[in-house]
Every structure is written in C-alpha cells, then in structure tokens.
Ligand binder design. Structure first.
Ligand code: F6P
Length: 352
C-alpha cells in the first residue's frame, strides 16, 4: 500500500497551542506512520489557492511553545460566496480538485465551530477529513475540552489579579471584558479564578438593578472595591430608538454601574491579548494529545470525525453531531452553583 499524504490546516481565530497540535499530529503521522505531510497556509484559503508547504521533521521541530500558528489562519468560509471572490469555479469545486491533484488521503482541520462545520461539509463532498478542536472559548460541541482555553483563562485571570490592587488603591469598581460571543466558559473560569465579585455570562440574563444593589451592599459592609467580569457577548438592551447598541459590553456595564451606584468605575477590555503568546503547560499537553490521537484516527481510517475529550479520555466523534452546534454554559452548571455559594453575583438574583 502506498504511503498516505496528509494535509493540515489551521482555520478561524488563532489561539495558543496551534503549533503544538500541528506538531502532535504531524510528528505522529510522519515518524510513527511514515506519511507525507503538507501544511496549507491561512486555513481554508490555502486549500482553495493551493498554497502549501511540505512539513518535514525539521519544520515540525521547535514549535511546541510558540504562539500563533506557523501555517497562518483566516476566517475564509469556502461554502460562502464573497463579493471579493474572483474564482472561475465554485470554491468547494476548486478544493475537491486540489485535494485530488495533490494526491491527498486526508485533510486535518484544526479549528473551532466554524472550521468543524466546514470540515463536515467537505466530507460530504468526498474529502476525507479529521477535525481537531481548538478555541479559547471552549465551546466546540462534542468535546469536554479544547486547547487554547487554559492559556486564555490563565491570561485573563492574571489580568484580573492585577486589577485587584489598583481597584483597592482607588476604592473603585473595575469592569473587565473577556472574550466569548455566545459561550461564557472563559468568563466563568477566569472570573472564578480571578475572584470576580460579579460575573456576567451570555447564557444568564442579568438585571442592572440587582448588580447595583449588590455592589452597593459590598461597599456598605466595608468591602473597599469590586471586580465585575463581563463576557463580550452578553445581551445589551436595545436603545430607545429600537436600534442595537454598538458599545462594547464592558463599557456599557461600567457606565450603567456608574449611573446607578455613583461608584467610581473603570473598564478594561482584554481583547486579543487572550489569544496571544505561548500556550500553558496544560494546553501543550491537550494539543499534543489531540494531535497524536488525530493521527491515529487517520491510520485507522476514521474519517469525517473529530478528535475529542470525554472527561480525560480521547474519542472520535462524528462531525455530523458537532457541526452547527455550540457548547454553551448550562445555567445550573456546578461551577456556577459553587460560585454562587461563595457570594458571586451573576446578575440574575441577589446573592445571600
Ligand atoms: O474564536 C474565539 C474568539 O476569540 C471569540 O471569543 C471572539 O469573539 C472572536 O474569536 C473574535 O475573533 P476575530 O476578530 O479574529 O474574528
């Protein structure tokens, strides 16, 4: 049997650990199974434009701790036509042609929800795909864990730690906005790790009066400052005109707290800092394990599936069940309940 030829791509928003995953899948495929490996540049764009490089042992070395992705990434969605596209054929058609012309046996798609959804669509066109879940949001359906999450939690928690001392010096209320559009995992974990007093998640509707009453009570009982951790994706009330607000969630909440409590309030938006830099030790392990497991899936011919964690165990889950779903925080999640029992306010009910 001829040796397999594997393509790897990293798509969607980047995160720490992408290179560790490329190394995990690449080295296992290359060294254990003797496969040829190529890496497509800029996510699905590379697959459309046929832009790739050979990944030999040298290319896969020295990248474990490096942030970002050596392949580059993009938010290209091959199944969505853009007005800037000037391809003579449809993008999925081009991908199928390139896949065949390159003699590929499988494409490893490392990415979040959007990436896995596209991978599933490609598999329906006859392309062998294996998915590896990454995202700082930890919101990929079908896996208990994605790599990138632990690094982002660590970065956000460290930032919140720093806000404590400056908040204390000035007796202020500090609002910090954390990434996460529809899922609040990152806000929940970094909020708990950073000792946030108020934690606002996209999944839990909040009441500004409850938040204000809670913050006033803290000052009244002698707590000199407060920390409010807000997910970027919390729902903001519409303007009086009926239009959506365009202000960042953190700025909106800080303004409202200022108005309702009179407390001196400042906001910080962590933004892309959460996606940059070297992965934590935990993310290096998670990315390596998922990568190596994905190579085993290829060896076993388990295509159309994603490498996933079920607790501490690895398993292959069908992309069909992953695509188009988002793993959000259940409102009665044990961590929410435990945080409530240490007086954390989620903005829906008054603690205590
Ligand atoms: O996918 C992770 C994420 O970091 C989200 O939390 C965030 O809203 C989004 O990506 C923004 O990414 P970009 O600006 O790169 O599209």
């Amino acid at each position: 049997m001829s040796r397999k030829r594997i393509g790897i791509l990293t798509a969607g928003g980047d995160c720490p650990g992408l290179n560790a995953a490329i190394r995990g899948v690449g080295k296992t495929a290359l060294l254990k199974y003797g496969y040829d490996i190529i890496g497509f540049s800029s996510g699905y764009l590379g697959l459309i434009r046929n832009e790739y490089k050979e990944l030999d042992e040298r290319a896969l070395s020295g990248i474990l701790t490096v942030g970002g992705t050596i392949l580059g990434s993009s938010r290209e969605k091959p199944f969505r036509h853009s007005e800037y596209d000037d391809y003579i054929k449809s993008k999925p058609e081009i991908i199928v042609e390139n896949y065949k012309a390159l003699g590929l046996d499988c494409v490893v798609c490392i990415g979040g929800n959007g990436t896995q959804k596209t991978a599933h669509k490609l598999s329906k066109l006859g392309i062998n795909v294996v998915g590896i879940p990454k995202t700082i949001d930890n919101d990929v359906w079908g896996t208990d864990l994605t790599f990138g999450f632990d690094s982002a939690v660590t970065i956000a928690a460290e930032a919140i730690d720093r806000l404590h001392s400056t908040a204390n010096s000035h007796k202020r209320t500090m609002v910090v906005e954390v990434m996460g559009h529809s899922a609040g995992w990152l806000t929940l974990h970094s909020g708990v790790a950073g000792g946030g007093d108020v934690i606002l998640l996209p999944e839990i509707p909040y009441d500004l009066d409850i938040i204000a009453a809670y913050l006033n009570r803290r000052f009244k009982i002698g707590k000199p400052y407060s920390i409010v951790v807000v997910a970027e994706g919390i729902k903001l009330p519409k303007k009086a005109s009926g239009k959506d607000r365009t202000v960042p969630a953190g700025a909106f909440i800080a303004n409202q707290i200022r108005k309702l409590t009179g407390q001196e309030t400042r906001e910080t938006i962590l933004g892309y800092i959460q996606r940059g830099g070297s992965p934590t030790a935990r993310d290096r392990v998670v990315a390596t394990e998922l990568g190596a497991f994905a190579a085993e899936m290829i060896a076993a011919g388990e295509y159309g599936k994603m490498a996933a964690y079920n607790g501490y165990d690895l398993q292959a889950v069908a992309l069909e069940t992953v695509a188009s779903r988002v793993k959000t925080v259940p409102i009665d999640h044990p961590l929410v309940q435990h945080a409530r029992s240490i007086d954390t306010c989620f903005g829906d009910i008054m603690p205590g």
